[in-house]
Design a protein around this ligand. Structure first.
Ligand SMILES: CC(C)(COP(=O)(O)OP(=O)(O)OC[C@H]1O[C@@H](n2cnc3c(N)ncnc32)[C@H](O)[C@@H]1OP(=O)(O)O)[C@@H](O)C(=O)NCCC(=O)NCCS
Length: 142
C-alpha cells in the first residue's frame, strides 16, 4: 500500500468522492453537492492506494494559520481495522507538520472517537449534531 497527495478534480479525486459517498454519505441517505465539492479545491487530499485501487482517504482544510481540520476520513468497508486508517493519520500529521501547522482538529463522529484517541486527540466541549449524527470536537497539538 502507498500513500500520496492527490489533486482536486483528478481521476484519483473522483475515486475518492465515490469512496466517501459509499462510506460516509450513502448510509445516511445523503450525497455531495457540486458546490460542496467545488469548495474543496484548496484542501489537501490524501489517499491510500494498492495499485490503482483507492483504499482510504482524508482531507485537510485550513482553519487558521496554525490549524488544519481533518475531514472525510474513510476506509473501504471490507478493509477497516487493518491499519489503513492509522497510516493515513500518520501521513496527514506529517504533511501538516511539514507545512508548518501546529494543530489538527476534527468533528469526530462519536463512533470514531476511539480511533482518534489512539493518536492522542482529545475531546473538547459538548456534543453536537452534524449530518444528523452525534459528533464531538477533537483536537491535538502536533
Ligand atoms: C474510522 C476509520 C477511518 C478507521 O480506519 P481503520 O483503517 O479501520 O483503522 P485502523 O485499523 O488503522 O485502526 C487503528 C487503531 O484504531 C482502532 N479503531 C479503528 N476504528 C475504531 C473505532 N471506530 N473506534 C475505536 N477504535 C477504533 C483500531 O482497533 C486500531 O487500534 P490498535 O492500534 O490498538 O490496534 C474507519 O474504520 C472508517 O472508515 N470508518 C467508517 C467511517 C468513519 O466513521 N469515519 C470517521 C468519521 S469522523
Amino acid at each position: 500500500m502507498g500513500l500520496k497527495q492527490i489533486d482536486h478534480g483528478s481521476k484519483e479525486y473522483k475515486q475518492a468522492v465515490l469512496l466517501r459517498y459509499a462510506i460516509l454519505r450513502q448510509p445516511l441517505g445523503l450525497n455531495f453537492t457540486d458546490e460542496e465539492l467545488a469548495k474543496e479545491k484548496d484542501n489537501i487530499h490524501i489517499a491510500a492506494f494498492e495499485d490503482d485501487d483507492l483504499l482510504g482517504y482524508c482531507m485537510l482544510t485550513k482553519v487558521n494559520p496554525h490549524t488544519l481540520q481533518l475531514r472525510q476520513m474513510a476506509v473501504k468497508n471490507n478493509l477497516q481495522r487493518k491499519g489503513i486508517g492509522a497510516s493515513i493519520m500518520t501521513f496527514a500529521e506529517n504533511i501538516s507538520r511539514d507545512k508548518g501547522y501546529h494543530a489538527i482538529m476534527m468533528h469526530a463522529r462519536d463512533t470514531a472517537i476511539g480511533f482518534y484517541e489512539k493518536f492522542g486527540y482529545k475531546v473538547k466541549g459538548e456534543p453536537f449534531i452534524e449530518i444528523n449524527l452525534p459528533h464531538h470536537l477533537m483536537e491535538k497539538r502536533l
